[in-house]
Design a protein around this ligand. Sequence first.
Ligand SMILES: [Zn+2]
Length: 123
Amino acid sequence: MKCLYCQNDCEFVELEDLMAKTAEVWKCTKCPHPVRFNKFIKSDRVAMICISMKMHDETYAVHIYHEAGPFEITKYFQIGKVGLKRNMNYIDFEFTPIVQLPGIPNITPTNIEEKLPIYITFS
Ligand SMILES: [Zn+2]
């Protein structure tokens, strides 16, 4: 698929878990900050976008959800910190939400450095 922000070709991300049966993940490495697109296999629709960046030695991520309900499409976004969760046999990523708001944020991989601190300050 093409990146929704810079229109370059995305790279396919191999998934090993159960999620691989229902969704596929694509990432863009051409944007100024890393972006991932989660697509439902059934509908071929982007269900979630994740833009991440490092700030003050922490990794932050913006998760933008396009969720289809029975009668409408619900859109909201979360901003949170990304950390590592240590399990018995493997290390996994853990997302801790800080802010959740309705709608689609005015945040893109190009302006995230400028916008993210504003959202975090007012949380
Ligand atoms: Zn891109």
